[in-house]
Write a protein that binds this ligand. Structure first.
Ligand SMILES: [Zn+2]
Ligand SMILES: [Zn+2]
Length: 228
């Protein structure tokens, strides 16, 4: 698919994929990014109602902060993993593995308040794998836990993989591409393996520049060799 429009909202990359009769949007930005989003759409001459689906890679505030608003304006259907549904319905940031002690319980309370977003109920809930072929698209949604336990990646027929935060290039993991925080770090490489096995060629992250799959394939293979 050579119809990928990157829309940067704050420090989050969202991706708009052109499909036959409209667009599929992957992630939205954090709170207060709606106006900017609409302005950029207008620059591209895209009417908001042309966005038919919004696929949520995971329920983090920087990916779903303005989801309720953008859903309302566009009328798009929201697609998310089944584990994301509970967070989306509560408007709560998905768990990332912070251990609770007296100190970070205070920090957590503050973060919870900052990271809260307007609750929303997803229209389509997916599990391990989902073939998304509405509107002449041919997208595969696969479950890629690690960063969160509700993370999915979207792969198109040309091998473009939109992975949300399943890989991160920003700001300090420029070369490792491992997420900086994770609900379960042990699941990151197995999830990368799933992306590699799906025939992905280029990886599009929510934070950082796209990169060639070879960068993470090497790590997947190294891990396999260690196991033997
Ligand atoms: Zn995240
Ligand atoms: Zn993020």
């Amino acid at each position: 698919m050579d119809n990928i429009i990157k829309i940067r909202l704050g420090y989050t990359n969202t991706y708009l994929l052109r499909v036959s009769d409209g667009y599929v949007l992957i992630d939205v930005g954090s709170k207060r990014k709606t106006k900017k989003f609409l302005r950029i759409l207008d620059d591209y001459n895209i009417s908001p109602d042309k966005i038919k689906y919004i696929i949520v890679t995971h329920a983090h505030f920087d990916h779903v902060g303005c989801l309720a608003e953008i859903k309302e304006i566009t009328g798009a259907k929201v697609v998310a993993h089944k584990n994301a549904a509970k967070y989306l319905k509560q408007g709560k940031n998905a768990y990332v593995g912070l251990k609770i002690n007296w100190f970070n319980s205070i920090i957590r309370k503050i973060l919870e308040r900052i990271q809260a977003f307007k609750p929303i109920s997803p229209d389509i809930v997916v599990d391990e794998i989902y073939f998304f072929d509405e509107y002449g698209t041919d997208l595969k949604l696969i479950y890629t836990p690690g960063h969160t336990l509700c993370s999915i990646s979207v792969i198109d027929e040309d091998g473009n993989a939109f992975v949300g935060d399943t890989a991160m290039g920003f700001p300090i993991r420029l070369f490792s591409r491992s997420p900086r925080i994770a609900a379960d770090f042990k699941l990151v490489i197995p999830s990368w393996k799933r992306i590699v096995d799906e025939g992905a060629k280029t990886v599009y992250m929510a934070h950082g520049r796209p990169f060639n799959i070879s960068k993470i394939r090497r790590k997947v293979e190294k891990k396999k060799r260690k196991k033997k």
